[in-house]
Design a protein around this ligand. Structure first.
Ligand code: ARG
Length: 470
């Protein structure tokens, strides 16, 4: 890194230590911010022009140079050039390239601007763009899960729903898939709100912390970038990264439902369970055990989520130690937040691919849907509907479970008969198979086929509303 590539240095007597400059460089992480930083510069040039600070010919030359750099960023030549020069950050790199293209005009680019308001604006643009990407990603995962739910609903495929990992009550596979989809709808809603929030207040024109003595048309700049308005406190604007961190949170927390589904798939993919077959394209083998077929991608989704969460947490935590205004700590926070977002994106992409590649063994699910006395609650409910109090119903059915278990058999007509006696009827009317159990559910949001069909309609409506709100 040469001292020439820095945007400062006049008051120093000797060059900075190259090793320390390299330590302080955020250039590699900044590369994915390049196109947003360029937009920020285009906006600043408009603010300078609008404020009457630069004449038309300087304005035109700067716009043209920035346009050219945009092409160079697209085709990769800018990155190659900047890597060669080694810069402290993306701001210095773009500034240097502008001066290389337009020596005279280039010297005006940074007038009235600090890297502090520049990076804050660039990060807001990045956060808005990544929030929109997050909205698209979570919407598409929710839709994929919902359309698989619709297929499973046609067949009314059932399985033993669990709590504590133990057989609990029969549920529709469609209901399970809908449950997997719902958190992604909530994520989509959060991303939509964030995409709007990120474009609320534009930091550009805040200078280093106090604003500028150079007239800047901040409204024109905000309009150019698509912000609702310029920020209203320069000190806050340069020192705050909360929308970026909220975006990192939204991405990392969107991986949590993927990780939880992945955890279930890992269990279900075991031949000991056999509910799921992971496709060849997403399974891995063992270097030693020839028979193995491992659900590695789902395991990586599970563990990767923890990394994304801790990167997002690290961003908030490091910023909590920083007083108001810009401090270089915010560069580290930026890197943690970007790491969380980019990692979460790759996790959700892999999850979506791998999930599309699994097959459910619905016969096997159905075979075990009533194992472990999953109909017991339906029997107790039937007694309560017949007029027995809930405590007594629970106890009586519990006793029948103990009897059937001792006889090593499932619930059958003999249990219905014995329970019927307590209501003074020949036999209790209650489901004796899993499909009858789900059909007997009467509440909204339940696992009954009608409730699931209604819920899927509502879920898809909400996704479209989220998309339309941005
Ligand atoms: N690379 C810095 C960051 O990411 C840009 C702002 C630098 N500002 C400064 N005063 N050193 O935060």
């Amino acid at each position: 890194m040469s001292a020439d590539s820095l945007q400062w240095g006049g008051r120093f007597h000797s060059a900075p230590d190259p090793a320390l400059l390299a330590f302080g460089s955020s250039f590699d992480d900044d590369l994915l911010l390049a196109r947003f930083d360029l937009q920020t510069s285009q906006a600043h040039v408009r603010a300078l022009r609008g404020g009457g600070t630069i004449p038309p010919e300087i304005f035109e030359a700067l716009v043209a140079a920035l346009d050219r750099i945009a092409e160079e960023i697209e085709d990769g030549t800018f990155t190659a050039w900047a890597r060669n020069e080694a810069f402290e950050d993306i701001h210095g790199a773009i500034d240097a390239r502008v001066r290389e293209i337009e020596d005279v005009a280039g010297r005006w680019l940074h007038a009235g601007r600090s890297r502090n308001d520049q990076i804050a604006t660039t990060l807001a643009l990045y956060a808005a763009s990544r929030a929109r990407d997050g909205l698209a990603r979570t919407t598409s995962i929710a839709r994929a899960l919902a359309s698989r739910a619709r297929l499973a609903l046609e067949k009314e495929s059932v399985l033993a729903g669990t709590t504590h990992g133990q057989p609990a009550q029969p549920i529709l596979l469609a209901f399970w898939l809908q449950a997997a989809a719902e958190p992604f709808v909530r994520s989509a809603r959060r991303f939509a709100a964030l995409a709007r929030e990120a474009m609320e207040a534009m930091p550009l024109g805040s200078g280093a912390l106090a604003g500028s003595c150079i007239p800047l048309d901040r409204t024109a700049a905000a309009r150019y970038l698509g912000f609702a308005r310029p920020s209203r406190n320069a000190l806050d604007a340069v020192g705050t990264r909360d929308v970026l961190f909220a975006c990192a949170d939204a991405w990392a927390t969107s991986c949590v439902p993927a990780a939880r589904v992945a955890a279930e798939i890992v269990t279900w993919a075991s031949p000991l369970f056999g509910y799921v077959r992971v496709g060849d394209a997403s399974a891995s083998g063992s270097s030693l055990m020839p028979q193995k077929r491992n659900p590695d991608i789902f395991e990586l989704v599970r563990a990767g989520t923890q990394r994304a969460l801790s990167d997002a947490r690290a961003a908030w935590a490091a910023s909590a130690a920083v007083p108001l205004s810009y401090h270089r700590d915010l560069q580290e926070c930026k890197q943690s937040a970007i790491a969380a977002i980019e990692r979460a994106d790759s996790i959700l992409t892999a999850f979506a691919h791998a999930f599309a590649d699994i097959e459910f063994d619905v016969e096997r699910m159905e075979r075990y849907a009533t194992a472990g006395y999953t109909l017991a609650t339906d029997h107790a409910d039937a007694l309560v509907r017949g007029g027995l109090d809930a405590r007594r119903a629970h106890r009586l059915v519990g006793e029948r479970v103990a009897i059937a278990e001792a006889q090593e058999r499932a619930f059958d007509a003999s249990d219905l008969q014995a329970l019927g006696e307590h209501l003074g009827v020949p036999a209790l009317f209650a489901p004796l198979d899993a499909r009858a159990s789900v059909l007997a559910k009467v509440t909204d949001g339940s696992t009954s086929p009608e409730a699931v069909a209604r819920a899927l309609d509502a879920l898809e409506c909400e996704l479209s509303e989220c998309e339309a709100s941005v």
